[in-house]
Structure formats: C-alpha cells, structure tokens
Design a protein around this ligand. Structure first.
Ligand code: TNX
Length: 539
C-alpha cells in the first residue's frame, strides 16, 4: 500500500518535473537579497527550522500543484492557499492546471506517508529558490503547513528588474509537529450571544495560528443558545435574554451545522458544551420540572454563579438530557461532548456524583467522549472521560489517579476573560490580572504536576459576562490567544518570551488586515506600518 502510494507520488512528481522542465527554458533569477528563515515571525514557532539564506520569488507565474493521492482533499488545500495568496498579494495562482503557458516557480503540496504522527498534524516545508514542497501524511498536516507558508509571505512585494511584483519567501527547511494534540479556545455564547458571523471570524484567526478545537459554551443560567427540536422552549424562552437584559439569541441547528462545517474546512473541531447540573437556570425557566423546585425559576440577567441545579433524582431529567445530548451529537462530527459540571454549589455532593456518572453513560451511548470541568473528577468516571482543569489542583490529581486525560485551562494563566491590567476596559479579576507576558510565561508541561503523557492539551476559555460584541471579544482574546497557540503547539525548548514578543509585535499587519481590534498592550513594541490602501484586503 505504502510503496504503491510512494510510486504514485514519484510518478506524479516526475510528470510535474518534466512538464516544468519543458516550460522553463530560462528561469528568471532575481536578486532577493540575503534572508534568514530562522528569524521569521512565525507563530507558533516550528519545531525545527534551517535557513538556506536565499529567496523563493512568488510571482504571477507561480503555480500550485497538489498530490494525486486523495485528489479532492489535497486540491482543497491548494485552493485554500491560492485564495489566501490572492487576498494578501493580489496574485491569482493556478491550482493543478497543466495547460498554463508559463510557469516560473512551483508550490507542491504532497502527501508523504512516512510522516506519521499522532493526530497527523506534522508537516515538512522545503523552500527552494524555484520550488516549494510541502509534505504531510494527511490533509490536516498539509493545512497546518499552509499556515506556516502564509505567515512567510511578506505583506509587501519587493522591487526587482521584473516588470511585475515579487514577494520574496526565505528559503530553507521546516520540520514541524505539535507539542499537544488538543489546542483550543472556548467561547461563551450563553452570557452574551455571538452571531454565526462572529464565530466564523474568530475561527479564521484561530486557524492561522494552528488552533484545532473551538469549544462552544452553549448554555448557562443566563441563556440557552442551541435549538433542541424536541424541547423547543429551551430557545424560545431560555434563549430570549442575556446578561444586562439584552435580547439574547440562539443558534438554530442549521446555524450550528454551518459553524461546524466552516470550522471543519479550517481543520478545527467544534466541542459543544451543555453545562449541568448547575448553570441551568435558563433550562429550568423553560421547563420547570427540571429543577424540581417549588418556586418557578425566573429569567436571569445578572452574573452570579452557582445558584441553580437540575433535580438529579428524577428520571424525566435524564430523558431530557438524553434528547439534548442525542440531538447535539447527531450534528457534531467531533469526538467530544462537554457536560460542564462546574460550580454546582447547590447540588448535594452525592447527588452531583450520581448525576455526572449517569450523564457520562448518556454521552457514551451517543458515541462521544465526555469532557467536564475539573469537579467532574470527584465522580466515579471512566478513564476515557476528560477533565478540564480550571481551578482545583485536588480535582486535577483525582483525574490523574483515575487515569483520565486532562485539558489545562488554569484560570490565573489562561482565562481570556481576565483583565490585562487595572486599565482594561473589559474583563473580570477574580483569578488574576493576566498581562500578555504572564499569559505566555508558564509551562503547561509541569504546571499542574500531571505527567505530560496525561495532558491532552491546552485551552483558553473566553467567558462573556463583560463582553457583548466582536470588538470586545477581540480585545480580550488578542493578542493573548496567539500566545496560547504557541504554548500548545511549540515544544518547550523553542519557547522564549523575549523572542516571542518580537514575533508577536510583527503580527500587527495581519491583525490589522483582518480588522481585529486587539488590545495594543504597551508591553509589546508593535510593528505598525501604514500599508497602501489596496493592500487592505480581508482574507
Ligand atoms: C468561572 S470556569 C466559571 C464561569 C464564569 C467564569 C468567569 C468555570 C468552569 N466556571 O461560569 O463565567 O468563572 O471568569
């Protein structure tokens, strides 16, 4: 199987080579000056970078070709690259077109079976003067590699003797693979609702930094934000308000599918969360039997936590949960279902443990692996379930003892809703002030005392009590989220605040082009330039 794939690859490369040789009698050579691939502003920084100090001249006669293995999948990666190059540079490059008259340079995106790693996200990027070869064993790896290539294309073209613009890409070799399998962010759409468009914009930026999971916190005391067809009042009533008394909102199942598909095109997996047994006021207002309380619950627009609970001893509650988990699981291709489980302060401890164990079985019945906030580890759980460490070292230890994997989201280091400093316009302070450097300077590998082998990855949650629109979301998420991307992708030996800070400063052009209203932290010497009007294109 392997050898036939390899021979197919060799054959297609040979054909390409011949084709190129025929086309290129005289390859134009431009003076692109001295380059150094190791000094490029790549985030997350790759595992291995070697410079060869030349330049690949990206010009209008550059063509993209993709592996004939998995033809449609690999071609989609080539088309993605072509589209990003077009929006950044204006160059419209052909993809898999064997009819073109002139080809100066080639970008090959190749499937190479020998690069096999967990999650298949590894890739190799060889940049020569005339050819770029991006190799990966899967489209996922190729997609991650494309982000590296995008980051290497300068914002501005250079002047050469050619009568067309040229973008100089530094030559050399990059071999890269992620440090952690799970690299995520979370968005709370319950406290304040965010639109499908907002979520898509957030996904676009996350993908550029190789994030591969977006966890959506879909329900809380203040709002239920996902349509459940068998329980329509959840959104009709439970989705009608939000913090501060605004009009709320919710995703229809079609909206949710749209987000899932959009994320999948960016090789990002959506993790849905339905928070329970606490954080369930909006559900109980919609269906009063759920909390078993004598007094009916009322819609809540404040920001307190820990006052609501489901009635954990009623079978009808579990029938309800079965419907909710089933409907959401049916439209969630990813492997995980998050059941929340945090801050159930008014649930008796035994009831809580009983509830979490029973819900774990429901999640498994619908084909998903359960994730819960760290408290869930107090229940009797399967080692296949995952605990998300946010506050309690004791709970993290319990999870470790049960053989569960852990996602690291320590509030004092990775909560995107914490203020940067006393002057921050939005955010909370209960866990810490988290300036840009503090967000980056910690070591997930050792922070919790849990062995690395049991750490699935790192996730930075963005709770939305204090933010209600995309600009405010961007203010809290960026630039810190960019640091979390490096903390989760890059191995410890390649992480260094002083170096990262320079690379971060140079993200300004991309963030501005994407119209991201990031917090311009004074701790970063932002590399701001005024780009000509025509370059201000969103991609
Ligand atoms: C704690 S973290 C919560 C959320 C709040 C957040 C605010 C966690 C599992 N629960 O309900 O939104 O703090 O920072």
């Amino acid at each position: 199987m392997k050898s036939s794939n390899t021979s197919k690859l060799v054959a297609s490369l040979l054909i390409l080579g011949l084709f190129v040789a025929c086309q290129q009698k005289e390859l134009p050579v431009y003076n692109l000056g001295e380059t150094d691939l190791t000094q490029e502003n790549l985030i997350p920084f790759p595992r291995n970078v070697e410079a060869s100090n030349g330049g690949f001249a990206l010009d209008p006669y550059t063509a993209i070709y993709t592996s004939s293995d998995d033809p449609t999948e690999f071609e989609s990666i080539g088309l993605f690259l072509a589209q990003k190059i077009a929006t950044k540079t204006g160059l419209v490059l052909p993809v898999n077109d064997l009819q073109i008259e002139r080809t100066d340079r080639i970008i090959n995106i190749i499937r190479k079976d020998s690069i096999v790693l967990p999650g298949e996200e590894a890739y190799e990027l060889y940049i020569g003067r005339d050819t770029i070869n991006l190799a990966a064993s899967s489209t996922q790896g190729a997609f991650r590699g494309i982000q590296t290539l995008r980051q290497l294309i300068p914002e501005e073209s250079i002047d050469t003797i050619a009568e067309f613009p040229i973008w100089s890409i530094p030559t050399g070799k990059i071999k890269d693979e992620p440090n952690f399998e799970y690299r995520g962010s979370m968005l709370d759409v319950a406290r304040h609702f965010f639109s499908v468009e907002d979520v898509k914009k957030y996904l676009d930026i996350l993908a550029y930094y190789k994030i591969n999971y977006l966890h959506l916190h879909l329900t809380d005391d203040q709002g239920w934000r996902i349509e459940i067809k068998s329980w329509p009042k959840l959104t009709e009533i439970g989705g009608s308000t939000e913090v501060g008394g605004e009009s709320g909102g919710y995703f229809t199942q079609e909206d949710y599918k749209d987000i899932v598909a959009y994320a999948a095109d960016l090789y990002i997996t959506i993790v849905p969360e339905v928070d329970m047994p606490g954080h369930t006021n909006a559900a109980s207002v919609s269906y009063p039997f759920l909390n078993g309380a004598a007094k009916p619950a009322k819609l809540y627009e404040g920001t307190r936590v820990g006052f609501s609970t489901f009635d954990t001893r009623k079978d009808t509650v579990y029938q309800f949960i079965d419907d909710v988990v089933r409907e959401i699981s049916e439209i969630t291709p990813g492997p995980y279902f998050h059941i929340g489980g945090d801050e159930s302060h008014v649930t008796e401890k035994d009831d809580y443990r009983y509830f979490v164990s029973r819900v774990e079985k429901i999640v498994q019945k619908h084909g998903k692996r359960m994730i819960g906030w760290d408290e869930v580890a107090t229940a009797d759980l399967d080692s296949t379930s995952i605990s998300q460490f946010w506050a309690s070292m004791k709970n993290a230890k319990l999870a470790q003892e049960k053989g569960m994997q852990v996602i690291l989201s320590p509030a004092s280091k990775s909560y995107l809703d914490m203020k940067y400093d006393t002057l921050s316009e939005y955010g909370l302070t209960w866990a810490a002030y988290i300036p840009v450097d503090s967000a980056y300077i910690w070591t997930p590998e050792t922070y919790s005392g849990i062995p690395k082998s049991q750490i699935l990855g790192v996730e930075a949650p963005l709770w939305s009590e204090t933010i209600s629109n995309i600009e405010e979301l961007e203010y809290l998420a960026f630039p810190r989220m960019i640091g979390y991307s490096e903390l989760s992708w890059t191995d410890e030996a390649n992480r260094d605040w002083e170096k990262f800070k320079v690379r971060l400063a140079n993200q300004a052009a991309y963030l501005d082009r994407m119209d991201v209203k990031y917090y311009p932290s004074p701790r970063i010497d932002w590399a701001k330039k005024d780009f000509p009007e025509k370059k201000v294109v969103k991609d």
